[in-house]
Design a protein around this ligand. Structure first.
Ligand code: SF4
Ligand code: ZN
Ligand code: ZN
Length: 353
């Protein structure tokens, strides 16, 4: 049988079937359409302006490695005028994050970008290994997610960046839409498809891969021979998300456009004004200065739970009450440094070797 020619350039031999559209195309056309779609996502949402300092949340995994490569490519090709940084969070997971950070350090050399690594240990005095030792493998992702969010903002703050971009892809967002529907979390459902989020006093965050399929990101990394780390975290990921993921993969197998369709459905939801109004106003945490909808931010509450040896009971909304019932906060409690107190820039520059 004669080889199929690329359905886009009609010239080269088609060597892959595009997961998003089913088109048979050549490698160069695949690179071009993938990059151009991300460029359109960026320009349509007007994510950046010339001169912005942008941190790429880098874990060494496929999504953030491809994001760093594509951001650099598009910044050069279309003269975005951005100053790009790599920002990594070291959760302190032996045998996982220590190895993946080695990949980020190589990416720093390969892409010639400054890198900042901020660890849970230096910020909170706890590694995920130590947290799991205290609480076991249940709810560990709740601690990790809350701590990572704040660590990214603090790392970005010390780099004095205007914007953080993360490698969340279309599959991640469609899963989140499904999870919010299944949980009936209407307030989050209303926000979860936004490409860009910025609360008062927070650094802008966005997802340039909002419409990029996970399978295409893997394919891009594979054909570009990018250096990334593919091992899963040794601590069990969120089981509930796992159900949404399996369901989404089944839907995708039956109809590839299901992923984009779910995102579009999420975007089209109108959240009632009274639900929006019921959301608590943002204030700053009385202990660490980070934004919070309560007197103390989630990270401070979780950290206090760890310090007081009652972490497993502080993941609910009534955490503060439970802790107060145990007696006053001990004086010698380790706390998180004050947010925005002394912004400094400490980055490792790529060596000239
Ligand atoms: Fe953290 Fe859970 Fe992700 Fe592991 S799977 S890095 S514990 S959020
Ligand atoms: Zn082609
Ligand atoms: Zn706090």
């Amino acid at each position: 049988m004669a080889p199929t020619s690329c359905s886009l350039c009609r010239d080269a031999k088609a060597i892959l079937k595009r997961p998003k559209t089913g088109q048979q195309i050549c490698k160069d056309c695949f690179f071009f359409v993938f990059e151009t779609e991300v460029h359109h996502t960026i320009t349509e949402a007007q994510l950046f302006k010339s001169g912005d300092r942008v941190a790429i949340g880098a874990s060494g995994g496929k999504d953030s490695t491809v994001l760093a490569y594509v951001m650099k490519t598009l910044n050069d090709r279309y003269n975005y005028g951005l100053e790009l940084f790599l920002l990594s969070i070291d959760e302190g997971i032996t045998g996982y994050r220590d190895d993946s950070l080695e990949t980020v350090k190589r990416n720093q050399q390969q892409y010639d970008m400054p890198l900042k690594i901020l660890s849970y240990d230096e910020l909170y005095g706890w590694t995920m290994d130590a947290i799991v030792e205290q609480i076991g493998k249940k709810n560990n992702c709740t601690f990790c997610g809350v701590f990572r969010r704040q660590a990214l903002d603090r790392g970005a703050n010390s780099l004095k960046v205007d914007h953080i971009v993360t490698g969340h892809n279309a599959d991640d967002i469609a899963e989140t839409v499904l999870m919010n529907i299944m949980r009936g979390d209407i307030a989050r459902l209303g926000r979860c498809t936004s490409i860009c989020t910025q609360g008062e006093d927070t650094i802008k965050r966005s997802k340039p891969f909002k419409y990029a399929y996970e399978k295409e990101i893997v394919m891009y990394a594979y054909f570009k021979k990018l250096d990334y780390f593919s091992t899963e975290c040794i601590y069990s990921p969120d089981a509930y998300r796992g159900h949404a993921r399996t369901f989404l993969k089944d839907l995708e197998a039956a109809r590839p456009s299901a992923i984009i369709d779910i995102i579009h459905s999420g975007e089209a939801f109108e959240v009632k004004e009274e639900i929006k109004a019921a959301q608590k106003a943002q204030q700053t945490c009385k202990r660490c200065g980070y934004m919070s909808s309560n007197d103390f931010c989630k990270a401070c509450t979780l950290l206090e739970g760890l310090e007081r040896g009652m972490a497993s009971s502080v993941i609910t909304d009534r955490a503060r009450k439970k802790m107060d019932a145990m007696g006053p906060t001990p004086e010698n409690l380790r706390t998180i440094p004050l947010f925005r107190s002394t912004p400094t820039i400490t980055v490792e520059m790529p060596s000239q070797s």
